[in-house]
Design a protein around this ligand. Structure first.
Ligand SMILES: Nc1ncnc2c1ncn2[C@@H]1O[C@H](COP(=O)(O)OP(=O)(O)O)[C@@H](O)[C@H]1O
Ligand SMILES: [Mg+2]
Length: 282
C-alpha cells in the first residue's frame, strides 16, 4: 500500500495539487491520468521519494520498482549492469569497491572501507546479483547473448523489458511506471499488459494510451483542478463516471436555478400583493 496524506506541490507560483490524500491499495493497478502539465510525472516522483512534497507525507513500502520516462538514461551501460542498478545501494557499493581495487596501492583506510563495502554487498545479496539479474532477464525473454551488450544496442521493446527487469530487481512491492508504452510496438504493448496483469504488487502507471489503461487498470487516479480523485475501473469507466458526476452537478444547478426563479417569482408576487394590501389600508 502507498498512502499519500495532505500533499501540496507547487513550482514557483504554479500550484500543481493542493492537500491531496490518496491511498493506493496493494494488488490494484492504478492509471494516473490528467491533462498535459497537470503534474503526473511530478506526483509520481513524490510517490517514489525522488522529490519531497512541500507539504504532507507519503508512506511507501521499503522496495519500490520505478520505470522512468527517460528510456535512454542507461544507454552507456551493459544490460546486466542496468538491471543490477535497480538496487541503488548495492550498485554504489560495487562501484566504490571497484574504484578502490583499481588503485596501485591501498592505504589502511582503503582496507577498512573495503571491509565495510563487502558488508553492504553481502547484505544486499550482491554475490548473487549477476545470476539473479540474469534469471529476471531470461524471464522477460532477453536472451543470454544480449546480457553483456550495451543498452544503446537494443531496440525499444527490448530496452523497456530490461528497464522493467531493473524495476523488478529485488522484488519490489510496488511498480511505478511513467509512460511505459512510449517507443513500444503493438506486440510489446500487449506483452507489457499481460505482464502487469500477472504482477502481484501494486501498479501505478502514467499513460496516454487509453486502450492500455483500459486493459491494465483496476482503478484510475485522475489529476484535475489541483486535486486527485480515484475511480473504479479503467479509463473509459473513469470518463463515464466523471461525465455522470458533471451531469448530476449541472442538473442540480439547473434545479437550484429553477427553485431560485420560483422563489423570486413568489417574492415578486407576494410583495405586489403586499403593497396592494398596504395600499388599501386607510
Ligand atoms: N523541476 C521543475 N521545476 C519547475 N517546474 C517544473 C519542474 N518539473 C515540472 N515542472 C512544471 O510543473 C508542471 C507539471 O509537470 P509534469 O509533472 O511533468 O506534468 P505531466 O507529467 O502531467 O505532463 C509543468 O507546468 C512543468 O513545466
Ligand atoms: Mg509527464
Amino acid at each position: 500500500m502507498i498512502s499519500v496524506s495532505n500533499v501540496t506541490m507547487r513550482y514557483g507560483s504554479k500550484l500543481l495539487f493542493e492537500d491531496v490524500s490518496v491511498t493506493f491499495t496493494t494488488g490494484r493497478r492504478y492509471g494516473l491520468t490528467g491533462p498535459n502539465g497537470a503534474g503526473k510525472s511530478t506526483f509520481m516522483k513524490v510517490l517514489t521519494g525522488e522529490i519531497d512534497a512541500q507539504k504532507g507525507s507519503v508512506v511507501r513500502p521499503k522496495k519500490i520498482g520505478v520505470l522512468k520516462q527517460d528510456q535512454y538514461e542507461f544507454d552507456a551501460y551493459r544490460v546486466i549492469d542496468t538491471v543490477i542498478m535497480g538496487n541503488k545501494g548495492l550498485w554504489a557499493a560495487l562501484e566504490e569497491r571497484e574504484r578502490i581495487y583499481e588503485k596501485a596501492e591501498l592505504t589502511d583506510e582503503d582496507g577498512s572501507r573495503l571491509g565495510e563495502l563487502e558488508g553492504i554487498v553481502g547484505d544486499e545479496d550482491g554475490y548473487e546479483a549477476e545470476s539473479n539479474a540474469a534469471v529476471l532477464l531470461q524471464g522477460l525473454d532477453i536472451p543470454d547473448e544480449v546480457h553483456e551488450r550495451k543498452m544503446s544496442e537494443l531496440q525499444g521493446g527490448q530496452k523497456v523489458r530490461v528497464l522493467l527487469a531493473q524495476a523488478l530487481f529485488g522484488s519490489p512491492e510496488a511498480l511505478l511506471l511513467d509512460e511505459p508504452t512510449n517507443y513500444l510496438d503493438l506486440e510489446s504493448i500487449h506483452w507489457l499488459q499481460d505482464f502487469l496483469n500477472r504482477y502481484n504488487g501494486t501498479v501505478i502507471t502514467i499513460s496516454h494510451d487509453r486502450h492500455f489503461l483500459n486493459n491494465v487498470c483496476t482503478n484510475i487516479a485522475d489529476i484535475d483542478y489541483e486535486t486527485i480523485i480515484t475511480y473504479n475501473g479503467g479509463y473509459d469507466d473513469m470518463v463515464l463516471q466523471k461525465t455522470s458526476i458533471r451531469t448530476r452537478i449541472e442538473s442540480q444547478n439547473e434545479q437550484r436555478e429553477k427553485k431560485i426563479a420560483q422563489l423570486n417569482d413568489f417574492i415578486a408576487r407576494f410583495s405586489a400583493v403586499h403593497s396592494e394590501f398596504t395600499g388599501e389600508l386607510p
